[in-house]
Design a binder for this molecule. Structure first.
Ligand code: NAP
Length: 285
């Protein structure tokens, strides 16, 4: 039997914990933590994310700020805004929504955010701190994945873990988090040979690729904990589309020990972890 991990319910619990932490913070410091999101351009998916992040921030009792800039904004103007937010004492967390327009150097923008306010955990200082085992602001998606893995399996020392994907946003920090918990970690990517053989060994499988149903159900090791980060929009044939993951969910049911659905698995946890990071950043300042 496969346990379906309810990311929505777990995220609601985490958001409630954060809200309780925010109340304590307000009582002690006399102000609420503030998260400011910067959105450049009109990408509809990004606009949806920014809206839901703002709503969740307010619901947790924090101050939500938003800056919308046109797609034509210059890199210098965006960097100046980030610098102003770095200097603003009411802002504890800064999130620049990705992707940015092509004429802007994303790495330069991310590296300009004060690492202490880098609630996405994408600054090289935070990536380096995570890699070297120091306390860090950790990227939200892999943080949420780790919580769900540990709640399913308990201690993961020595377990075979496979992370498919090596992005700075998901794959690499996910691997670092699993390694820090003493799992035996393999990272697969587009040049990996015989992905199926790697999947067959994994007691923990995190798929963060962006290819619908790349991982076949019959590849999965019986009893594995399967975390599906992929968010792929596929046509349903009636002129509509639906979201689906990187794992063949139906094929994995009955074989995996645990699995996260798409939607309703990793996604809700990501926003909840963003709130947790904002509270952590506010407490540390
Ligand atoms: P990304 O930067 O495009 O990275 C994708 C990774 O997958 C790359 O490392 C790539 O390898 C690897 N890959 C591509 N094709 C492959 C194949 N056939 N076999 C094995 N590996 C392959 O993507 P990302 O930002 O990490 O996001 C991955 C997915 O997670 C996307 O669907 C995204 O929408 C989703 N996502 C969801 C959330 C959430 O909150 N639910 C958050 C972030 C991302 P190379 O490095 O060799 O190119």
């Amino acid at each position: 039997m496969t346990v379906i991990i309810d990311g929505k319910a777990r995220a609601a619990q985490l958001r409630a914990d954060v809200a309780a932490g925010v109340s304590e913070f307000v009582a002690v410091r006399g102000r609420a933590p503030g998260l400011t999101v910067v959105l450049v351009g009109e990408d509809p998916a990004s606009a949806v994310y920014v809206r839901s992040k703002g709503k969740a921030t307010t619901e947790a009792g924090m101050v939500s700020g938003e800056h919308r800039l046109p797609a034509t904004v210059s890199e210098a103007e965006l960097l100046a805004l980030v610098a102003a937010l770095n200097a603003d004492p009411a802002v504890d967390g800064i999130l620049v929504q990705l992707p940015l327009p092509r004429h802007i150097d994303t790495d330069r923008v991310l590296a300009t955010i004060d690492p202490a306010k880098d609630v996405d955990g994408f600054h090289p200082i935070n990536a380096g701190r995570l890699a070297t085992g120091l306390d860090a602001l950790v990227p939200c998606t892999p943080s949420g994945c780790l919580m769900m893995i540990e709640e399913a399996l308990g201690d993961i020392t020595g377990k075979e873990a496979l992370v498919i994907g090596r992005s700075n946003i998901v794959g690499k920090p996910m691997a670092a988090l699993l390694l820090a918990r003493s799992a035996t970690v393999t990272i697969a990517h587009s040049r990996t040979r015989d992905l199926a053989a790697h999947v067959a060994r994994a007691e923990i499988l995190v798929a963060a690729v962006g290819v619908a149903h790349l991982v076949k159900g019959e590849w999965i090791r019986p009893g594995a904990c399967v975390i599906d980060v992929g968010m792929n929009r596929v046509a349903t044939g009636d002129g509509k589309s639906r979201l689906t993951g990187d794992v063949d969910y139906d094929g994995a049911l009955g074989r995996a020990g645990w699995i996260t659905p798409v939607p309703g698995g990793v996604g809700p946890m990501t926003i909840a972890c963003l709130l947790a990071n904002t509270l952590k950043a506010a407490k540390a300042r």
